[in-house]
Design a protein around this ligand. Structure first.
Ligand SMILES: Cc1ncc(C[n+]2csc(CCOP(=O)(O)OP(=O)(O)O)c2C)c(N)n1
Ligand SMILES: [Mg+2]
Length: 659
């Protein structure tokens, strides 16, 4: 009884019964893709359910994440730590089977999906990471990095613009081990897609340089198997396998209808489906023979065992490379390298160069790239503005697959979503640049990095109206406030070269994404003693202590710090300057420290930042003043625009005096 269809039906019924039990969810996609999944997971996927973190496992991404019961069923059936009770708890609070697959909650889920198109982008990142690491670490007869990245994507993923960005790049980069299955069912939530999605998808992907396998019957195991063979043979091009499928396949009255997309089938239709498919088992009951046929634990142990042997041989031949590989996969940063960064910070403070913080960031990258070979840089076509390039960076390409720098092209969202995939894959530490304003194109990928706690560094330059002539389209106003509202994201807006280097160091050790907001214009380096240099990492610290009794606190970030320093000098005794490069970091300090920096009994306070003011009232209080941006910017030379909006010593002095 363990024919392909019966095995696939195990997925179908686990999915429809779990959705029914939760009284919410998406049965249509798992029912439609069950036959494809059965062939991929039982015949091709190399993985070990007992060790979901094995570095050389094939990656599987369900980009159409609403079909989450498909992956939960697969993980359960093949032997991962997803029990039948977990499936019964589908979509319940604190369960391991949340509504959409969530990285970190369910072993075997490689990335959080649900925002359509981004899973596909993550898969591109994983495939790029795999190829890069293979080129960096594999040696003759020792292919220790050698796995595929498989992805399921639906109409929604392919309608999303980000799919264009990342699939275009994947074609150019020739990511031959990326294999995407298109769930071509002609249906999305609003119904028959011909009214809103009439692209020639195969031709579109061919134009990207992909191998496209057209017209595969997604319900015919043999056709799927043959397509997979063809896909894997082509090592130079990614492959799109276009699977014609029926959404809700098996449901006698609802198959092919959008009604199966996002609602339980209902008891009567489930019963009718059981009868039509000859599935006599009660809900959540999988017969022994079907269970055995799905169980991948023995085969998983075998394939990983073979790899372990290969790696043992590699270690014998290349002991240093082997331990470096293991370190990279673990994501550990070498302690001596971190100490070397501390020396660079001290040197920078001693030199105190007057440079733009984007330039200071480039200086930091130069040092960091030498110390940490996992650094994997890039920019969305602004490398020479973001200064993400460094003298001996190597451009990653088909001809140079070990390169540590990617030209992402003008694809901010694609870049950030790909970086999520790279970080999730492991072994590389991605950073990428664009203008702070165009972070908004990538906004949801930044949010996903925070949600998944992935270590990624964003080099967001041209961080305020101070960028000048390019005008209000390019001048960020509300972006810092927006980024600061994302939980789990560290934001740094350093005021000079020393703070920039500290921000980079902190970003490297933070278990999550960090955004660096950097100036286009040159900024004076501030004087600091050793304690002050050490306190930068606390996010906010006293940069200039008052003389005599404390009467007024001036708080600033980035380019506005030098202004408040000058204002403090003009105001005279009793004025303290607090530099606050990272509010997110400062908020995590204990109350004693925060009180020492911002004593509660001093209520005369002014915050100055060329960004949206609202967030600053929690530091200055309702009676404090904030000099910020309440409108869009203006086109003109940076210093004039700054003056126009009141970012002058005189205006700060007047505001403080009026307090
Ligand atoms: C970025 C984004 N926009 C909108 C949604 C809401 N949404 C979830 S599924 C879906 C339709 C997807 O259609 P398709 O991929 O064809 O899935 P199918 O109905 O075939 O399962 C939409 C609009 C989403 N999850 N992500
Ligand atoms: Mg569809």
């Amino acid at each position: 009884m363990t024919d392909h269809r019966t095995l696939a039906n195990a997925i179908r019924f686990l999915s429809i019964d779990a959705v029914q039990a939760a009284n919410s969810g998406h049965p249509g996609a798992p029912m439609g893709m069950a036959d494809v999944a059965e062939v991929l997971w039982r015949q091709v996927l190399r993985h070990n359910p007992r060790d979901p973190e094995w570095s050389n496992r094939d990656r599987f991404v369900l980009s159409n994440g609403h079909g989450s019961m498909l992956i939960y069923s697969l993980l359960h059936l093949t032997g991962y730590d997803v029990t039948i009770d977990d499936l019964r708890l589908f979509r319940q609070l604190n369960s391991r089977t949340p509504g959409h697959p969530e990285y970190g909650y369910t072993k075997g889920v490689e990335t959080t999906t649900g925002p359509l198109g981004q899973g596909l982008a993550n898969a591109v990142g994983m495939a790029l990471a795999e190829r890069t690491l293979a080129a960096q670490f594999n040696r003759e007869q020792f292919p220790i990095v050698d796995h595929n990245t498989f992805c399921f994507a639906g109409d929604g993923c392919l309608m999303e613009g980000v799919s264009h960005e990342v699939c275009s790049l994947a074609g150019t980069l020739g990511l031959g081990k990326l294999i995407v299955f298109y769930d071509d069912n002609g249906i999305s939530i609003d119904g028959d897609i011909r009214g809103w999605f009439s692209d020639d998808t195969p031709a579109r992907f061919e134009s990207y340089g992909w191998q496209v396998i057209r017209e595969v019957d997604g319900h015919d195991a043999l056709e799927v198997e043959t397509a997979l063979k063809t896909a894997r043979k082509d090592k130079l091009r990614p492959t799109l396998i276009c699977c014609r499928t029926v959404i809700g396949f098996g449901s006698p009255n609802l198959a092919g209808s959008e009604k199966t997309h996002g609602a339980p089938l209902g008891d009567a239709e489930i019963q009718a489906t059981r009868e039509a498919m000859g599935w006599t088992n009660p809900p959540f009951d999988i017969p022994e023979d079907i269970r055995n046929a799905w169980d991948a634990k023995t085969e998983g142990a075998r394939v990983q065992g073979a790899w372990n042997q290969l790696f043992a041989g590699y270690r014998g031949r290349y002991p240093e490379l082997a331990s470096e590989f293991e370190r990279r996969v673990r994501g550990d940063l070498p302690g001596d390298a971190l100490r070397a960064l501390d020396r660079a910070i001290a040197d920078t403070q001693a030199e105190s160069p007057k440079i733009a913080t984007r330039k200071a960031s480039q200086n930091a990258i130069k040092v960091i790239a030498r110390l940490f070979p996992e650094m994997f840089g890039g920019s969305a076509d602004l490398g020479h503005s973001n200064l993400t390039v460094w003298p001996d960076h190597q451009v990653n390409s088909v001809d140079n697959p070990s390169g540590n720098y990617v030209h992402y092209g003008v694809r901010e969202f694609g870049m950030c979503a790909i970086m999520n995939g790279i970080a999730l894959h492991g072994g590389l530490l991605p950073f990428g640049g664009t203008f702070l304003i165009f972070m908004e194109y990538a906004r949801n990928a930044v949010r996903m990095a925070a949600l998944m706690k992935q270590r990624i560094v964003y080099v967001f330059t041209h961080d305020s109206i101070g960028l000048g002539e390019d005008g209000p389209t390019h001048q960020p106003v509300e972006q810092l406030a927006s980024l600061r509202s994302t939980p789990g994201l560290d934001i740094w807006r350093p005021c000079d070269a020393t703070e920039t280097l500290v921000a980079w160091k902190e970003a490297l050790s933070f278990k999550g994404p960090s955004a660096l907001a950097l100036s286009r214009q040159g900024l004076a380096n501030q004087a600091r003693d050793q304690q002050q240099v050490a306190d930068i990492a606390r996010g906010g610290y006293v940069l200039m202590k008052e003389t005599g009794d404390l009467e007024l606190i001036l708080i600033a970030t980035g380019s506005e710090v030098e202004l408040v320093m000058a204002a403090a000098a003009a105001l005279g005794a009793g004025v303290r300057v607090v530099s606050m490069p990272s509010t997110s970091r400062f908020d995590q300090q204990d109350s004693d420290y925060r009180e020492a920096v911002l004593p509660a009994n001093c209520t005369k306070r002014v915050a100055v930042e060329a960004g949206h003011p609202d967030g600053w009232y929690k530091y200055v209080g309702l009676n404090g003043s904030v000099i910020g941006m309440r409108t869009f910017g203006e086109s003109g030379p940076g210093s004039e625009v700054m003056r126009h909006f009141g970012f002058t010593v005189d205006h700060i002095v007047a505001t403080a005096t009026a307090q």
